[in-house]
Design a protein around this ligand. Structure first.
Ligand code: BTN
Length: 276
């Protein structure tokens, strides 16, 4: 079932009062290259004055050059999924916000549970999966002085009602909310958008106050690979080991023999080790 179009007023109506104050502007674009790029352009126009754009969120019905992590494409057909970028300024060093992208993934999985999808899992650093198939992805880009105050563009893509034909060029297994909840279910994208924004904003406040340690156990409980053999791609190496969840700073823990090694974001990706 195709959804109604996104509507800033409706999104606002679904937001709790205290969250409305944190969102300074909601922009809905019909078509854009990438909502992260749109947010980036707004930051440039504001001459990096983060306070002028912090709390702005850019939604698009479709993206022509949706971007994923590690230079991948994010397929973004019209009117069926959610693609948005939230601009958030922080007046503390990024080192105090370690685990930022993991927290956003966790927020998405919590919203899915609220909406009836209770079996979402996380793949480090921030893929959201259901039944080992990807349902959402997160791309966070930062600008500013990371040692003092900086701004993050938090891009989220969530598959809601994309058809198999629309997603045919996606080269990994994926799933949509509609496939899980049933094709006759009405999924109000405006409501889903509001739930995501309010949960992300609340969790960012919690992160900034208490740090990632406050989320660590919850993240590890949803780790799709916990205790399993995995292969980690780091620079041009493939490193095999047993996944041991995340440390209190969000670093991925990989047991190699009797030793545990820790990996922080950057150009690292993870996959289940093929069983010969
Ligand atoms: C990934 O899993 O590789 C990250 C995907 C992030 C996609 C979202 S859609 C909204 C925002 N705009 C983009 O171009 N990318 C992010």
């Amino acid at each position: 079932m195709k959804n109604v179009l996104l509507d800033a007023l409706r999104i606002c109506e679904f937001l709790p009062e205290n969250m409305r104050e944190l969102l300074t502007e909601i922009f809905i674009l019909d078509c854009v290259d990438s909502t992260n790029d749109e947010a980036g352009r707004a930051l440039i126009r504001a001459a990096q004055k983060f306070s002028a754009v912090s709390g702005h969120v850019y939604f698009a019905e479709m993206q022509t050059q949706g971007r994923g992590r590690n230079g991948r494409q994010w397929i973004s057909p019209h009117g069926c999924n959610l693609y948005f970028s939230l601009v958030q300024g922080f007046s503390q060093p990024i080192s105090q916000l370690a685990g930022l992208s993991l927290v956003v993934g966790l927020a998405v999985s919590s919203v899915l549970a609220e909406l009836g999808i209770c079996d979402a899992q996380l793949k480090w650093p921030n893929d959201v999966l259901v039944g080992q198939k990807k349902i959402a992805g997160i791309l966070i880009e930062t600008t500013g002085d990371l040692a003092n105050s900086f701004c993050a563009v938090i891009g989220v893509g969530l598959n809601i009602a994309m058809s198999r034909e629309e997603g045919v060029s996606i080269n990994q297994s994926w799933i949509s909310m509609e496939e899980i909840l049933g094709y006759s279910a009405f999924i109000d994208r405006n409501r889903v958008a509001a739930c995501l924004l309010s949960r992300i904003l609340a969790d960012l406040q919690r992160l900034s106050q208490f740090g990632f340690v406050d989320f660590q156990a919850q993240w590890n409980a949803l780790d799709v690979f916990f205790g399993q053999p995995v292969e980690l791609r780091w620079a041009d190496q493939f490193i095999e080991g047993i996944a041991k969840g995340v440390r209190s700073d969000g670093a991925f823990c990989l047991q190699i023999g009797s030793e545990v090694k820790y990996f922080l974001g950057g150009d690292v990706s993870l996959r289940a080790k093929a069983i010969d």
